[in-house]
Design a protein around this ligand. Sequence first.
Ligand SMILES: NC(=O)c1ccc[n+]([C@@H]2O[C@H](COP(=O)([O-])OP(=O)(O)OC[C@H]3O[C@@H](n4cnc5c(N)ncnc54)[C@H](OP(=O)(O)O)[C@@H]3O)[C@@H](O)[C@H]2O)c1
Length: 197
Amino acid sequence: MNISIIGAGAIGTAIARLLTTAGLQVSIANSRGPDSLAPLIADLGPLAHAVTVQQASLADIVFLAVNWSKIPVAVQQLGPWNGRVVVDTNNPIEAPLFKPFDLGGQSSSALVAQMLPGAQLVKAFNHLAPALLANPATEGGKRVLFYSGEHPQAKQIVADLITQLGFFGIDLGGLQQGELAQFPGGPLPGLNLVKHD
Ligand SMILES: NC(=O)c1ccc[n+]([C@@H]2O[C@H](COP(=O)([O-])OP(=O)(O)OC[C@H]3O[C@@H](n4cnc5c(N)ncnc54)[C@H](OP(=O)(O)O)[C@@H]3O)[C@@H](O)[C@H]2O)c1
């Protein structure tokens, strides 16, 4: 399966590094185009490739790691998604104000899913700061990563990737249960949980 990331900031870069460290190829896109990613690609090494957002959207597994208010613009030209897996790493809050967005009573992932008709959305990689996400093996155990979604096959694909990257994945259930790991609002974000054998 090929893997891409739309968004090359703090979270996109942390995920890219996890993938290349695990020996996996990754394509990365941002709003400014592939040339602007040259320093990051040089840093990540030969397994990382800069692409356009359109190219990134065609991967089997697409990580979406874009500032909340910019997601609609980032994805508006993309699709059809044809059942491809999208990992929603996003939270409905952003710098500099860190004022939560009004979601009208819906989960943030339900709103993202509506912007990606036909995609199989899995919420994951959204509840830890990049510095914690960077170290799946820690304190003699495996860092816990929560995931949720409505599509069992897509969840299994992401769960397998979470395991391959060295984390201990925990399935929270559907997207509504995934709100437990939504920041802000849920009780789980930021917890430094480590699974020991
Ligand atoms: N930072 C955290 O602690 C943290 C933790 C968990 C989850 N998250 C979530 O992860 C997401 C990304 O956060 P971040 O901290 O990584 O943000 P960030 O450092 O500001 O990076 C955002 C990335 O999104 C890209 N982007 C913006 N508009 C785009 C567009 N129209 N098309 C393509 N790419 C676009 C930016 O590209 P350009 O620079 O080229 O514009 C940049 O690479 C957010 O939803 C956030 O809530 C963040």
